[in-house]
Design a protein around this ligand. Sequence first.
Ligand code: EPU
Length: 417
Amino acid sequence: MDKIRVVGGVSLAGRVEISGAKNAALPAMAASLLTADTLHLENLPYVRDILTTCNLLRNIGIEAEVGEDGIGVFKASDVNSLQAPYELVKTMRASILVLGPLLARFRKATVSLPGGCAIGARPINLHLMGLERMGAQCDIVHGYVEASTSGLHGSYIMMDTVTVTGTENLMMAATLAEGETVLDNAACEPEIGDLAALLRGMGAQIEGDGTRTIRIHGVKKLHGCRHRIIPDRIEAGTFAIASAITRGDVEVANCNPRHLTAVLTQLSQIGAEISIGTDSFHVRGRDPISSKNVTTYPYPAFPTDMQAQYMALMTQGDGSALIAETIFENRFMHALELIRMGADITVEGRQALVKGGRPLSGARVLASDLRASASLILAGLVAKGETVVDRVYHLDRGYHHIEEKLARLGANIERIR
Ligand code: EPU
């Protein structure tokens, strides 16, 4: 199994190009199930979750190809299986995104229940509740969701918790339902807006994406189109923190700074110097790093997917910072590994108190999930000596060659095979 070895102490400098957003690409690929025509996607990140989704789609009978150049071609004209098997779903929860499109176009789908994961229980009750309101019957049989319908119809659906993939699943299902669907308390993440733009390009009628109320007027048929995936705001935010924590000077290019307002505001509050361009921003890390509290919330607030990286940064703060996680109930696994590197962190329920000013020392650490892996690499960049991050398959799910990108900024980092 691969590991990442990093030796701390270098201030990063230079320019890094951000890849396409994994969490926008996954629903976009699932949307290819909604039409028999060809869907061309550009700017797909060449990461493991994308390749897993490709396998999942091929398993269903779709022609699916993704190249290292980020170009993907999908054609769902000969779908021969309406199933997403456990073997694929267990490695990637976002597989549940095929449920809505399969049901809408083929009126039947069998998708393995994802089960829990390292960051929390992650139920899908809201996906199922919404589909049932649209006229589907969903039963759980032998660990699978067996869903069927005689035809989906529009409905008013109020989600009591903001769910990103839940909103995406229901939005896709509603595009081919008869009549109007209103999704209330919908997610506003930029990935939702990107999916809505893709679906509109395919002929869907959607308004209100980017707000808490999305209206979808069902159409009879969707067609193929060409769509470019938005840049990955979490990858961009991770490099922003890499610059801040190493007191570096990094230009983060090919991204949308407007998708990172909460993160960049937080970084300017801790003392980093931020300048923002149209499709790039610049972060200059400054001493001291001021300790500031943060609480994760749905977009546009500070994202849970940046919480682990921010915790690494706060270990270098000049005081104490309280980090509160409101989205997932178990997303502090990285704290235990950061403590092994010398950090002073006390976790109580969904809050972590990080006392800064402790020098970190390199250690062998284990990644527990995707963003935890990034956090440990960030800590390794400022730790004294060598840090070896194990289980980097988590990292490879969502970051395209992060070690190569960091090395180009001057980091002393390599992958050990
Ligand atoms: N929830 C329910 N019922 C549901 C669905 C969700 O109670 O039916 C709860 C969850 O348990 C959680 C909250 O709602 O407490 C939010 O979960 P959400 O459904 O929004 O998460 P997700 O859609 O499964 C996506 C991203 C995650 C990101 C979260 C939150 C994708 C493929 N995944 O997950 O990304 O953390 O939204 O922003 O878009 C990552 O990239 O590292 C990652 C984990």
